[in-house]
Write a protein that binds this ligand. Structure first.
Ligand code: SF4
Ligand code: SF4
Length: 272
């Protein structure tokens, strides 16, 4: 039972959020939405704990496709960062603001960058590419994420100033933004031989995710007494995390997407 406690914790928290939002707003949609996401995360965490190596991809598609196709393409909600700014400026609790608050601003205090590993619909596709272990050193171009972050904010401000910040414009922006993200993400993955290059250098969401995930409750723990320094964990880490260091200040500590590649690769169970 102990190995399933993360699954139970995630499921319980999301169900609590779903029920609380339903009681506060009276919206059945919020109950079903967060209930569904909690169920996917709970099942995924349980399957991961039981050793199924495709559990993460299963959850990523179950949640990512739900947000992209159902919320985005069918319900016309802009679930990208522009949608967050849009609802924030309107002062309404829309899908974009709730999504960001739970998945990307406050949630990371609990599950770090679990969003990137288990729910992102951009990474969902990028993870299918063949460059699972990055080749070569990390590039020093992470500043691009701040530029993209600033541009997304400026774009929505301009739309409000010229009176074009309408639901239909935001929906078209959502489609266009996703097309651009997929093209850039795949091109970078091929150019750098690194599936997660987009996440490391471009994604504006990490501006929220990185500082919050530094204090994440859920994180990979390293036991130096068990370690035999074989280096297998570092080999399989897609995010260049200094795995053999238990400090929160380790190199690329805020990059961990909780993929469990390292825990599976470790021959002596020094990581959990
Ligand atoms: S391999 Fe380990 S340290 Fe690297 S991102 Fe995955 S879970 Fe985090
Ligand atoms: S895989 Fe395990 S034993 Fe090998 S270096 Fe990493 S933590 Fe140590």
């Amino acid at each position: 039972m102990k190995k399933y406690r993360t699954a139970i914790l995630l499921f319980t928290i999301f169900v609590a959020i779903a029920v609380a939002l339903y009681l506060i707003t009276g919206k059945l949609f919020l109950l079903l939405n967060f209930g569904y996401i909690g169920l996917c995360l709970g099942i995924g965490a349980a399957l991961t704990a039981s050793g199924w190596r495709h559990a993460r991809l299963f959850v990523q598609f179950a949640v990512g496709l739900y947000i992209l196709v159902f919320l985005g393409l069918i319900c016309h909600e802009n679930m990208q960062i522009e949608g967050f700014w849009y609802y924030l400026f309107l002062g309404v609790v829309g899908a974009g603001t709730l999504h960001y608050a739970i998945a990307k601003i406050f949630g990371p205090l609990l599950f770090g960058r679990g969003w990137c590993g288990y729910a992102c619909w951009t990474a969902m596709v990028l993870d299918l590419l063949p460059y699972k272990q990055p080749k070569g050193p990390r590039k020093r171009i992470g500043y691009i994420r701040y530029i993209v972050f600033g541009l997304s904010l400026a774009l929505v401000v301009v739309l409000f100033l010229i009176g074009e910040a309408t639901p239909s414009v935001m929906f078209r922006l959502f489609i266009l933004g996703n097309i651009v993200y997929y093209i850039v993400g795949i091109a970078l993955a091929v150019a750098f031989c690194d599936n997660r290059a987009f996440c490391k250098y471009i994604c504006p969401v990490t501006v929220f995710l990185k500082p919050m995930s530094r204090y994440s409750l859920l994180r990979i723990r390293y036991d130096a007494d068990k370690c035999i320094h074989c280096g297998k964990c570092a080999e399989v880490c897609p995010m260049d995390v200094e795995v053999t260091n238990d400090s929160r200040k380790k190199k690329n500590a805020t990059e961990c997407i909780l993929c469990h590649n390292c825990t599976r690769a470790c021959p002596v169970k020094a990581l959990k």
